[in-house]
Design a protein around this ligand. Structure first.
Ligand code: AMP
Ligand code: MG
Length: 419
């Protein structure tokens, strides 16, 4: 038997092949309160201005700027208070010469008035107050439409619904929001050495840590996950398991069995289900055998069994695919630059990804490998919030070098908040 020859492709090419698939989830309406984290399926266009009317941003008095001319410490000008309105109320009075309406924050500026004087700028008596400085037309008024005009696209299709988007949607009366559905995920760990979390350890066996990790990674993306039972390295039953999962989920993620060993059955499984293999060798480490296939408009991610490789494969290929399927405009991994805080001498024949801890150290982003980092490593994954990226064909990275980094968690380990 000869070992299959595989030709490695660059990481960027592999990511491109994944996101170039034309697989998009259908759209539907979800309740505003449930829509955080979904991707918006339509542009949201302003049907009215924000603010909707000239309003007061302060507690104060609405008056006519022209009546304040000449006011000074020696020449305090007096105004008669003709009405009193809070937010939500509208005055029926028209402000005339040397008149004012007492107005609270958020209330509509009454007719006739064209400036607001803050309470702090007045000396008040029973039904009047005085001021000691002049005001200009428009002073302290939040103008109708100063933020948004009718017809402005306030949210774009493909935008992730974050708390700010929720506020905009609420402003425009969307109790239901058009979104792309989220793909559901089926996770299958393969390997005859694998035990379940609750199993007693046995000679030669290990617990399945990748299955729960992939489920957790998927949950972090807000996806529904079903974890199937561990598959032994057996072709027939594994084919059946993958077929069953494909009937129930949009994305199938397996771990293990993608290499060229005697019991690595994923390549056979892809053949059996007639899947198109996008690639099965990438110029990356760890996880060069990571395989992505497509069948029936469904992604099949064949992640490596080695935990660090499995994690890396999820970050590089599953995440962008999920974001793309969900209609997101931004779906590539975000690469930043940071200062390497340790020497890393090993040569990098393939692009190397190292689980790492990135920290904002004062003004500078720094990054440190998160400990033992062979492809089989598991503990360092837990201590990482980022991956260092060392390009193919390089070696001898020294402390102080600037390196590319992919952030894998949105929170930095920053203690000095600089706030
Ligand atoms: P494989 O990708 O099947 O060749 O497995 C590569 C390495 O990862 C082997 O040492 C496996 O025992 C280990 N491994 C495979 N699957 C898992 C898993 N689900 N959890 C933890 N380690 C695994
Ligand atoms: Mg295996």
């Amino acid at each position: 038997m000869s070992v299959e020859k595989r030709t490695p492709i660059p990481v960027s090419e592999a990511i491109h092949r994944v996101v170039q698939q034309d697989i998009t989830m259908p759209t539907r309406q979800v309740k505003l309160a449930d829509s955080t984290g979904y991707i918006l399926a339509e542009d949201i266009v302003a049907t009215y201005e924000i603010p909707r009317f000239d309003k007061s941003p302060y507690d104060g008095y609405a008056l006519r700027a022209q009546d304040t001319e000449g006011a000074s410490g020696d020449n305090r000008l007096e105004f008669k208070v003709i009405d009193h309105i809070g937010a939500g109320s509208v005055s029926s009075k028209v402000v005339g010469e040397r008149e004012a309406v007492r107005i609270m924050t958020g209330a509509k500026v009454p007719e006739g008035a064209d400036a607001i004087v803050m309470l702090e700028q007045t000396v008040e008596s029973e039904d009047s107050f005085t001021i000691r400085k002049p005001f200009q037309v428009g002073d302290n008024i939040a103008r109708k439409g100063e933020e948004t005009q009718i017809g402005d696209v306030v949210l774009e299709r493909g935008q992730r619904i974050n708390p700010g988007a929720i506020a905009v949607l609420a402003t425009y009366g969307y109790s239901e929001v058009p979104v792309y559905e989220k793909p559901s995920v089926g996770v299958i760990a393969t390997g005859s050495e694998l035990l379940n979390v609750e199993d007693e350890l046995e000679e030669g066996k290990i617990r399945n840590s990748n299955g729960p990790m992939i489920a957790s990674l998927s949950q972090q993306l807000g996806l529904e996950v079903e974890t199937y039972q561990i598959q032994q390295d057996d072709l027939e039953s594994s084919i059946e398991a993958v077929k069953r999962a494909m009937q129930q989920h949009d994305i199938i993620i397996t771990t293990g069995g993608v290499s060229v060993g005697d019991f690595d059955y994923l390549p056979e499984i892809y053949k059996a289900i007639d899947a198109e293999v996008l690639f099965n060798k990438i110029a990356m480490r760890p996880g060069s055998v990571t395989t992505v296939a497509v069948a029936n408009d469904q992604y099949l991610f064949g992640l490596s069994g080695n935990p660090s490789a499995c994690f890396t494969g999820f970050q590089l290929y599953v995440k962008p695919a999920v974001n793309k399927m969900m209609g997101a405009q931004a779906y590539y991994p975000q690469v930043i630059q940071a200062t390497l805080m340790e020497d890393f001498g090993k040569p990098n024949p393939f692009t190397r990804f190292i689980r790492a801890e990135a920290t904002l150290d004062g003004q500078q982003m720094t990054v440190t490998p998160a400990g033992f980092n062979k492809s089989g490593a598991v503990v360092s994954i837990a201590h990482s919030n980022a991956m260092i990226v060392l390009p193919k064909g390089t070696r001898g990275f020294k402390k102080g070098y600037t390196v590319n980094v992919i952030l894998t968690e949105s929170h930095a380990y920053e203690e000095d908040l600089n706030l």
